[in-house]
Design a binder for this molecule. Structure first.
Ligand code: AMP
Length: 222
């Protein structure tokens, strides 16, 4: 099963993709997580990406395309994958098309997680993530608060806020999304593989709606 998630920053892609990956036993490839790890490790890709990420802009296409070419061609993705955050513009979507053709594979489903604009900013600025990489549980100070402020319910590590989740960068990230990523809805709509699921409400309900969509429209096998 090869699934791609679209949606604005704050739509809840990361949360839902993580759950889906566990349920379907598929790798969850989050471009943002991969880039943040590369920045942390100080790899050449990370060094090149940091300046763009700090401004809420898209990182150069070639960096993402190389990163995903390597992963999608590897053995861990042989049975499928869940893509989260890549592609993020038309050039990347076309590169993904070529890559899938080379691999003789195709996407089974593209899910657009739709959330009203008015909710996105609050969702982003209130997001807190467990600093323990092995856990990486996501909370929200208003909508999904931890039992003890600033501490992960699951493993007890401290919660952190992503540097680009701070208020001053949110508008830039949403503008980048509207200008460059939103056109992908039409791109995949034209290919007939797009399914829209509401990303508003409780995470459990949203997950159920995603599963129903996959079962009904994408002939999910496991
Ligand atoms: P995310 O965690 O998906 O919100 O991504 C965080 C940041 O990483 C974005 O604001 C971009 O700067 C960068 N980024 C993530 N995915 C991509 C992509 N596919 N193309 C370019 N830049 C990306």
């Amino acid at each position: 099963m090869r699934i791609l998630f679209l949606g604005a920053p704050g739509a809840g892609k990361g949360t839902q993709c993580k759950r889906l990956a566990a349920k379907l036993n598929l790798p969850h490839l989050s471009s943002g997580d991969l880039l943040r790890e590369a920045v942390k490790q100080g790899t050449p890709a990370g060094v090149a990406a940091k300046g763009f990420m700090d401004k809420g802009q898209l990182v150069t296409d070639a960096i993402l395309i190389d990163m995903f070419r390597e992963r999608l061609s590897g053995p861990s993705c042989a049975n499928g994958f869940i893509l989260d955050g890549f592609p993020r513009n038309i050039a990347q979507a076309k590169a993904l098309d070529s890559l899938l053709e080379e691999l003789n594979a195709q996407l089974n489903c593209v899910i657009n997680l739709e959330v009203d604009d008015s909710l996105l900013s609050d969702r982003i600025t209130g997001r807190r993530t467990c600093g323990n990489k092995a856990c990486a549980q996501v909370f929200h100070i208003k909508f999904a608060p931890p039992k003890k402020e600033g501490i992960c319910d699951d493993c007890g590590a401290e919660l952190t806020q992503r540097s680009d989740d701070k208020e001053d960068l949110v508008a830039a990230r949403l503008k980048t999304y509207r200008e460059q990523t939103q056109p992908l809805i039409e791109y995949y709509g034209g290919k007939g593989s797009l399914q829209t699921v509401s990303g508003e409400g409780e995470p459990d309900q949203i997950f159920e709606a995603i599963m129903t969509t996959l079962n009904t429209n994408c002939l999910i096998k496991k």
